[in-house]
Design a protein around this ligand. Sequence first.
Ligand code: MN
Length: 261
Amino acid sequence: MIRILLTNDDGIHAPGIHAAREALSAIGEVFMVAPERQRSAAGHAITLHKPLRLNPITFLNGQRGFATNGTPTDCVTLGFDVVMEGRCDLVVSGINAGPNLGWDLTYSGTVAAAIEGAVLGIPSFAISVAAEQTEEIDYRPAARFAALLARRLLADPLPPHTLLNVNVPAVPEHELRGVAITHQGRREYVDRIVPRVDPAGRPYYWQAGSIREDTPDPGCDVHAILEKQISVTPVHLDLTAYSLLDRLRAWDFDLPACRNR
Ligand code: MN
């Protein structure tokens, strides 16, 4: 029996994870370990300075899962080590409410959970619905794709320490225009800090902002979503800018301590 670890960053009560669970149950046994509350934009954070809890939950439909007080990344390590006792064939993170495209990958708790799966050497993917309005998302097309992709990934495992980042356009399923294998695009924000004033007259700030509109590269994840294609981006953990290695090696740092060696 295939053993699947399912997590997210929107919290264990978010509809997207339940849609994923239902679809993935056709493939194997699904172990759901997710944050007890909304942890979007947690990035790859882990919890070091307080105890972690794994609280069993039985939902009204009889399905079970574990809610944690940790981050999405904590959910993967707790799920793998404790709940699944180190026996896991696939890590799935999502289905996230909202896109995880371009540079947002480094903020994303959804993607970070799949990164943690990759760190553990387990085939992993993150999946998001690229909806800007997240109240009325239909998760079914993304859930069906999650099951399809899970089967492909299990049949043809990718090299260890890689993962897939999937974004599904928020359109009715009949409007989808296939699957695009993409590279990571860019996403920049403008007007990010929104200042307000509290009733005592002190300033406070919201992080918000809107996306800088530019023309995305053909072939990137942002472009695929605009084209109503499901975007699948292979991701690895190495952030090195290889093109800069030789240039930096030519810099003369002239460390005094090394001068006479
Ligand atoms: Mn989220």
